[in-house]
Design a binder for this molecule. Structure first.
Ligand code: ZN
Length: 476
């Protein structure tokens, strides 16, 4: 076989079956490495647009430096690795195919050392080096589900993520327990190689186990996407034992780490909008909107939306382009959309354009909806309420009522609201968490103070260490 034909043969083979870089075994993959990288890059851009990066260059550089150090010595050093902190309150971390790793500011505020941070980065790198999401995608493609075509009415997407953008459903893929075990094992190996105390991985898992779904963020929580394998912490302890070295002398770097999260936002940032009994208040954009009672709501950087309890109707608001007229024209002008009763009118004195529309979804169902574009301040807001055509008559009035509630926010307390923040306190003498909380009160429950400091509820904070408290914010 000439060298040339051999290359072609190998390329053809690679498309169907690729060698797993971690196990060395071949595995079925419908996605080439080039596609994997391309897909990861596209999703990474969507994640950045939907959730935003946390605005702190020093912190971003710190996380990136640590991640790159680990990735450079992994099984796939050539990938275009990138490590970013997302501005979300959820306690979670994500690995996208082909290199992008995201951790939330929420998970950072729950960490207490650089070694804990490294353990999470290592675990996520492990998901990429072992191609866990790629193999999941192949399976999804085999099952003819594909990606990015999930209907917004699909109950599976709706159940896991509230109202997820279908394109971001990759974030809500849940790994299997075997994949988790393997990512733990790889993360352990990577952190030890960089001389970090691997016992910190166990303490991180303990914290993640305790955070169980505060549900504050827009992203799902760690446990819902990284299911706990059995005996996760014991497995770390066993790996530590079999290392046969003095882990006590390895790097923890508590102080170095904790400086980075001093002053960090904690929990939801209410300036980007928050809910009070279904009333959505947006201090930065100075408006309020009453969503229907009992609907499940979600606020992302790009949209605020609510879904009916039956999951058969959605009301969403986004920013439109141009004037209300232009934005309405652009929307109704899309292929496949039929409009009716389009007219100029006003909502609480604001100039508006409204109209009904009908469209087919990819799975052939017909949806019917109401669209309103209104001008407020210098912006045009697009409000869409829609449902399957046969259910629309039940929701028409509900949509009209909610959209009609859009008005200027004048409540001074709401306009002046600020996010809660992490504040560091040097503990002068060893004291219980309860005592610490009496002396330095937090705006979160004492149980949560214990969790973010990585100590048990009845535990103590050690003299001389820096401890976290949370100040300010709104409780919802
Ligand atoms: Zn995982």
């Amino acid at each position: 076989m000439s060298r040339h034909t051999r290359l072609i043969f190998l390329a053809a083979f690679a498309a169907g079956c690729a060698t797993n870089p971690v196990t060395g075994r071949s595995q079925l993959s419908l996605i080439s490495e080039g596609q994997e990288i391309q897909m990861g890059k596209e999703y990474a851009e969507q994640v950045k647009a939907a959730y935003g990066l946390y605005d702190n260059a020093g912190l971003q550089a710190y996380v990136s430096r640590l991640g790159m150090q680990l990735a450079a010595k992994s099984e796939r050093p050539q990938l275009p690795w990138q490590f970013n902190v997302i501005d979300d309150a959820a306690v979670n971390a994500f690995a996208l195919p082909g290199g992008p790793v995201f951790i939330t500011r929420g998970i950072l505020t729950h960490m207490n050392s650089e070694a804990e941070l490294v353990s999470v980065l290592g675990h996520e790198i492990g998901h990429i080096t072992a191609k866990h999401s790629v193999s999941q995608m192949s399976q999804a493609q085999l099952a003819n589900l594909g990606l990015g075509i999930g209907s917004i009415f699909s109950s599976t997407v709706a159940n896991v993520s509230g109202i997820a953008s279908a394109g971001l459903s990759v974030l809500f893929l849940k790994y299997g327990r075997d994949a988790e075990r393997q990512a733990d094992e790889l993360g352990f190996k990577y952190m030890v190689r960089e001389n970090y105390d691997p016992r910190e991985m166990a303490s991180m898992f303990r914290t993640l186990q305790r955070t169980g779904g505060s549900g504050e963020g827009r992203l799902p929580e760690w446990l819902s996407t990284h299911p706990n394998p059995e005996n996760r912490e014991q497995a770390v302890a066993q790996r530590v034992d079999s290392l046969g070295r003095d882990v006590g002398a390895m790097t923890v770097d508590r102080e170095e780490f904790i400086r980075y999260i001093s002053g960090m936002n904690y929990g939801l940032n209410p300036r980007e909008g928050f809910f009070r009994n279904g009333l959505f208040l947006h201090p930065d954009l100075r408006f309020q909107l009453q969503f229907p009672q009992g609907w499940q709501t979600q606020n992302t950087k790009q949209a605020v939306a609510a879904m009916s309890p039956n999951q058969d109707a959605i009301l969403q608001m986004t920013l439109g382009q141009g004037t209300p007229d232009q934005a309405a024209q652009q929307f109704f002008g899309q292929q496949g959309i039929q409009s009716s009763n389009v007219s100029r009118n006003s909502v609480n004195g604001m100039p508006a354009v409204s109209g009904y529309f009908q469209a087919q979804t990819q799975d052939g169902a017909t949806i019917r909806g109401l669209g309103v574009w209104l001008q407020y301040g210098n912006a045009t807001y697009q409000l869409l309420g829609y449902s399957p055509a046969q259910a629309f008559s039940r929701y028409d009035q509900v949509f009209r009522q909610s959209i009609g509630s859009f008005r200027e926010l004048t409540d001074q307390a709401a306009l002046n609201v600020q996010p809660a923040k992490i504040e560091l306190v040097r503990v002068s003498r060893t004291m219980s968490v309860a005592e610490f909380n009496r002396q330095f009160p937090s705006s979160i429950p004492v149980e949560e103070v214990a969790i973010i400091n990585g100590v048990d509820a009845g535990g103590s904070l050690q003299a001389g260490t820096m401890a976290k408290r949370v100040v300010g914010g709104v409780r919802q």
